[in-house]
Design a binder for this molecule. Structure first.
Ligand code: BES
Ligand code: MN
Ligand code: MN
Length: 462
């Protein structure tokens, strides 16, 4: 029996304990967006720090102006074993709306589903569940061999879900300590439950809030309607103008730098046979949205978007209240693809809205997050090792996939440290991340742990 096989056997015999650690971590409500949960964020960080320390890491919390970062080092076996930087996030999205959960979000429930048991909790998969997988893989290696087969630095941050606002300062301040050959990240999805995936690109994000103010006070809509400007009408009209009828975004210069699909992307994505009708059917929809004349995966993975994420103003209580509000506002996000400049997009939005709003309404635009779209290399010895690990674990090759979501650290690691990322994730499209009843299939967790065990073994072997 090879060492890796011994470690894999460990995963199976110790599985209940490995799963138990994952569930214990989920009980800590580490909601980074909500200030009243700051102590819980710290507790979740401390939980991970202690876990890493018990695996032989030297592990500490690094303070930031926000929530602390867990930073840990394990020297591995020495020699010329590679040095891996594992990144993940311990923070989770707010669980609201609470009334839509079938069980308490921070009391993980094990529920039977079509693929066997699944764990339902906020953070079940994003990202505590996926971090718990690589921690479990390291635990199995440690239990079987008393050490780890490669050198490892672990970075687990607590502000990914709020845009990783303090992470670049952390990376800059600790750059010498973060030297590694590759960053390994499990925070993305599989293709489907039987087919693993390696993600080769992420969209970027610009997230803005626009507030507009018209009259100096709320007005009777009969006495003033027809003369006084309605800021909700003005805002919705300007927001509606952001999209052309064909789904393209109307901001001048918005598509500057956006490349067409390469031939090999077009061919390999077409070969995946993505079923958009099913994708939409699963969420109760039937008509594809987005840009006309583009493929489904192209629209999800390689085209930028603009979406209103929230909108408010005026009276929204029961019954009728005849009023022209004085203020209105909206949250607007853009998903970006490589080549687009986030700063130029923000400026373009500002100018577009100013030009589409009447001159006597005031407008204020605030920025909450911005980061560019990025591609990660699809060919390297690390990607090859991951493909081998996944093929061995699943008995079929991994798909090279895009991803519509964003993980800010990936661009920062490349730009600031010259470090490429390997994105090997085990989530599914129906995991309901960021939504009520987030879940992670125990089967995905288990294969994820075993895939990480194999990856470490393959990289150790060189
Ligand atoms: N794990 C997700 C990224 C993701 C989304 C992967 C969908 C696979 C499918 C990550 O935690 C996330 O939610 N990122 C945010 C980033 C933002 C807050 C800067 C996102 O994409 O909205
Ligand atoms: Mn995540
Ligand atoms: Mn997330």
């Amino acid at each position: 029996m090879t060492t890796t096989q011994g470690v894999l056997a460990r995963v199976d015999t110790d599985f209940a304990a490995l799963q138990g650690k994952w569930l214990d971590w989920l009980r800590i409500p580490s909601i980074s967006a909500q200030p009243r949960h700051a102590a819980d964020c710290r507790a979740a960080a401390e939980f991970a720090r202690a876990d890493l320390e018990s695996l032989g890491f030297s592990a500490r919390l690094v303070e930031t102006p926000g929530h602390p970062v867990v930073l840990a080092h394990h020297a591995g076996p020495g020699g010329n074993a590679p040095h891996l930087l594992f990144y993940g996030h311990y923070d989770v999205q707010p669980p609201e709306p609470l009334e839509l959960w079938h069980s308490a979000p921070f009391d993980p429930a094990i529920v039977d589903g079509p693929h066997g048991p699944r764990v339902v909790a906020r953070g079940a998969v994003d990202d505590k569940g996926q971090v718990a997988m690589w921690l479990a893989a390291m635990r199995a290696w440690h239990a079987e061999t008393g050490s780890l087969p490669v050198a490892i630095t672990a970075v687990i941050e607590g502000e990914e879900e709020v845009g990783s606002v303090n992470l670049e300062a952390f990376l800059a301040a600790h750059a010498p300590e973060l030297q590694a050959d590759i960053a390994v990240i499990s925070d993305t999805n599989m293709w489907d439950i039987n087919t693993p995936a390696i993600t080769t690109g992420l969209r970027g994000l610009v997230y803005l809030q626009i507030d507009i103010k018209a009259a100096s006070r709320d007005l009777h809509s009969g006495m003033f309607g027809g003369s006084a400007r309605n800021p909700i009408n003005a805002l919705t009209r300007a927001l509606a103008a952001l999209h052309e009828d064909n789904g393209r975004i109307a901001i001048p210069g918005f598509y500057d730098g956006v490349a067409e699909l390469t031939n090999s992307q077009a061919v390999s994505w077409a070969a995946l046979g993505f079923d958009e009708s099913k994708f939409l059917g699963d969420i109760g929809l039937s008509i594809p949205a987005g840009e006309a004349g583009r493929g489904a995966l192209e629209r999800l993975w390689a085209r930028p978007t603009c979406d209103v994420n929230g909108i408010w103003g005026g009276y929204a209580g029961p019954g009728a209240k005849t009023v022209i509000a004085s203020e209105a506002g909206a949250k607007v996000s853009f998903r970006l693809v490589p080549g687009q400049n986030p700063v130029a997009i923000i400026e373009g939005f500002r100018q577009f809205m100013r030009a589409h709003l009447p001159a006597d309404v005031q407008m204020n635009v605030q920025e909450f997050a911005h980061g560019p779209g990025i591609e990660v290399p699809a060919e390297s010895r690390f990607v090859q090792a991951a493909r081998d690990a996944l093929a061995e674990e699943y008995g079929r090759p991994a798909v090279l996939a895009g991803c519509g979501g964003s993980i800010p650290v990936v661009g920062s690691l490349k730009r600031m440290l010259g470090l490429d990322s390997l994105l090997m994730g085990f989530g599914l499209d129906d995991d309901q991340i960021h939504s009520p009843n987030e879940k992670f299939e125990v089967a995905c967790f288990r294969h994820g742990v075993r895939s990480h065990v194999r990856l470490l073994g393959l990289l150790a072997a060189g």
